[in-house]
Design a protein around this ligand. Structure first.
Ligand code: SF4
Length: 334
């Protein structure tokens, strides 16, 4: 059985609000609040939820753009030994920045417009001193081919490429340091559906050919369903359900997952009639409601739901849910 590439335990990322030079902040945005999950080697975990639910913060904390408030991020190195990267000082993160790479949502914003694509892609190779100068151009050509770009265009600038091609440049750059784990943050959300499919197919091929492990962050469950082995659903900083993809889509146990799944388009079906439209907005994580944070929007809420917080617990083999009533209600899958 494959071992875990990443084990996240009780991860918290709180951001102070207000306060000032001489005043400590008393309130916090609990962007990530006690999140735990594992990703097995060579597998894809899809992390989904509405915008502002904390999924991007999870990704950014894993690559240590943010310093976690508490919790552990245990990464299994190629030799099988483990390191808790949540505890490492920034200087000590250097080798892991090579092995754990992020693909950003907005490739245009993340690519320096003033340097040619050749240098954009080569940057991680140079930073990590991986190759001699004379070898870099060949490696860039190889990486461009891997992601379906013509190496003849390596001297062009990012603005000379289409949106889909810029995503491919971002992926080639992430691959340049031979990573083992990729955190892909909404990597296709800005693309047309047809281009989305091409980029998703590319990521899947790279996973298979290079043995990569992925955390795939997306707001749209229909984007992650085809590529993910497992899906974790987040709501206001917490994971509310996690299971193997098919199990989660066909047998959701959390009312929020049921609503997300009901929005998945099904060809030749009049499913739009059955779409569950949630009332109200996602609560502000600074002032989240007591008890189950989903209770103001939940049509199955009972009296206990506004009082006690449901813990994430095992509801079946490999299927975890945080709901007081999961065993009393029958929910609809796809
Ligand atoms: Fe709904 Fe209650 Fe379950 Fe929360 S705990 S999802 S409010 S039924």
């Amino acid at each position: 059985m494959a071992q875990n590439c990443l084990e996240i335990k009780n991860l918290k990322m709180y951001f102070p609000v207000g306060g000032g030079l001489f005043r400590r902040s008393k309130k916090f945005i609990k962007a990530v609040d006690d999140v735990s999950f594992d990703i097995k080697e060579n597998k894809v975990l899809g992390l989904v939820g509405e915008s502002g639910c904390g999924k991007t913060t999870v990704g950014r904390t894993i690559v240590r753009i943010y310093n976690p408030s508490s919790g552990s991020i245990e990464y299994t190195k190629a030799d099988g030994s483990k390191v808790d990267i949540a505890k490492l000082q920034h200087k000590k993160m250097h080798p892991y920045h090579k092995e754990i790479r992020m693909v950003f949502q907005d490739p245009f914003g993340s690519l320096n417009p003033r340097i040619p694509v050749k240098e954009v892609i080569a940057e991680p190779i140079v930073i990590h001193k991986m190759l001699a100068r004379s070898e870099i151009e060949n490696r860039v050509a190889e990486l461009m081919q891997d992601v379906g770009l013509d190496p003849d265009y390596m001297n062009r600038y990012p603005h000379e490429f289409s949106g889909g091609q810029r995503h491919r440049i971002g992926i080639a750059r992430a691959l340049a340091s031979n990573p083992r784990l990729i955190v892909a943050d909404e990597p296709v959300s800005a693309l047309d559906v047809s281009v989305q499919a091409q980029v998703l197919n590319l990521l899947e091929t790279l996973r298979d050919e290079k043995g990569l492990t992925f955390l795939f962050v997306a707001h749209d469950i229909s984007v992650v369903e085809h590529i993910s082995d497992d899906i974790a659903v987040m709501y206001v900083g917490r994971i509310v359900e996690q299971a193997e993809t098919e199990e989660l889509l066909y047998h959701p146990l959390h009312p929020y997952t049921e609503a997300l799944v009901s929005a998945i388009p099904v060809i030749n079906s009049d499913k739009s009639k059955n779409r569950i439209r949630l009332e109200g907005d996602v609560p502000n994580p600074v002032d989240a409601p007591p008890g189950c944070v989903f209770h103001p929007r939940c049509r199955y809420a009972g009296p206990e739901c506004s009082v006690s917080v449901p813990e994430l617990r095992e509801a079946g083999p490999g299927h975890q849910v945080a709901c007081h009533n999961y065993d009393k209600i029958t929910l609809r899958g796809i």
